[in-house]
Design a protein around this ligand. Structure first.
Ligand SMILES: Cc1cc2nc3c(=O)[nH]c(=O)nc-3n(C[C@H](O)[C@H](O)[C@H](O)COP(=O)(O)O)c2cc1C
Length: 327
């Protein structure tokens, strides 16, 4: 797949995930073979109003590249202005979010609400493409609801306005995360356009990725929840695509080591209290299914000192190591 002057060798991109895929997690996923990363969704209105918290979301490090900044909004002129501001950070491309189902976003006509107003979508893409000297990609859902599935029609508009690729999360806004992603919609989008199509929804292992590619002919896939506590899923997908076999999860000790590395990166890139807080859910995901996981989760949820959290994780790791040696 090619976006701008990036010719990707790997196939699976880390999905933008607000509250999950921040710099620390994006770095870990790149290390484990993610083809590219995307920022959390960033409000164009927040950028235009110079909101500090929003500005901070633009931060990234070189090792996250290829890296896209994702914007959402419902005002084409503000989206274009925000895209110019984002361009100053020199991401590899700009991604436009027309898929977010969250009420706070859709009630302002942004995110997946734009699927109901394709002329607005066209205007936003048009103004953003004009405004920036970077490739622009677009992320959509299947449509607003089951009676208005229009991803293929949207994709034609997206291509017509000069976007470099389209990502399709094959669920409607009404479905939110329920039901199954509909691979037929990804096929329809792929047939509708000749720009790269990135398929998204319900990839939890290498085989899922390969099935999506085989069934839809999409050019790349995007993985969200399947990466929770399992950043190595990207290596597993790369492995499956090249060999047709599943690569096992790493041994438990290595999983905890990755969690500790992730923890250190979070401490380096976020204010301490925020890092401790954000990492609680990630720790829960990394230890899922391991003996003693529930006790560890409860302990960690009450700790506020990062050193204590790391010591607790190390002790957990050493217990597992002993068990593995005995086995
Ligand atoms: C916690 C969470 C946060 C998300 N935040 C964003 C976001 O900021 N921008 C976006 O385009 N999609 C966002 N999504 C949607 C994902 O990018 C992806 O489309 C969706 O999770 C389906 O892929 P999956 O089945 O692999 O998880 C989010 C999803 C989750 C679960």
């Amino acid at each position: 797949m090619i976006i701008g002057n990036h010719n990707f060798s790997n196939t699976a991109i880390l999905a933008p995930m607000a509250g999950v895929a921040d710099t620390a997690f994006r770095l870990i996923c790149r290390k484990y073979g993610a083809a590219a990363t995307v920022s959390e969704l960033i409000s164009a209105e927040g950028l235009v109003r110079a909101n500090d918290r929003t500005q901070h979301l633009l931060d990234f490090t070189q090792a996250e590249r290829p890296y896209a900044i994702q914007l959402f909004g419902a005002d084409a002129a503000h989206m274009a202005e925000a895209a110019k501001m984002a361009m100053q950070r020199q991401p590899d491309w700009i991604d436009l979010n027309f898929g977010c189902p969250v009420k706070k976003v859709t009630k302002r006509g942004a995110g997946s609400a734009v699927m109901k107003d394709l002329p607005l979508m066209q205007d936003i893409i048009h103004q953003v493409v004009e405004a920036v000297d970077l490739p622009v990609t677009v992320k959509i859902r299947s449509g607003w609801d089951n009676s208005s599935i229009n991803a293929d029609e949207a994709a034609k508009i997206i291509e017509g306005e000069g976007a470099a690729a389209v990502t399709i999360h094959a669920r409607t806004r009404q479905q939110a995360f329920k039901g199954k992603a509909d691979l037929n919609i990804i096929s329809l989008v792929k047939q509708a356009v000749s720009i790269p199509v990135i398929g998204n929804g319900d990839i939890f292992c290498g085989k899922d990725a390969m099935n999506m590619i085989n069934q839809t002919d999409c050019d790349a896939v995007m993985v969200g929840r399947g990466s929770y506590g399992r950043p190595w899923i990207f290596n597993q997908i790369n492995h499956y695509i090249s060999t047709g076999t599943e690569l096992a999860d790493p041994p438990a000790v290595l999983r905890i080591d990755t969690c500790l590395e992730h923890y250190r990166l979070a401490l380096e890139t976020l204010p301490t209290a925020r890092a401790v807080n954000e990492m609680r859910k990630h720790i829960g995901w990394y230890v899922r299914g391991l003996r003693g996981a529930s006790h560890l989760r409860q302990t960690v949820f009450h700790l506020t000192d990062p050193q204590e959290v790391c010591h607790t994780l190390m002790a957990f790791r050493n217990e597992i190591h002993k068990d593995e040696e005995k086995a």
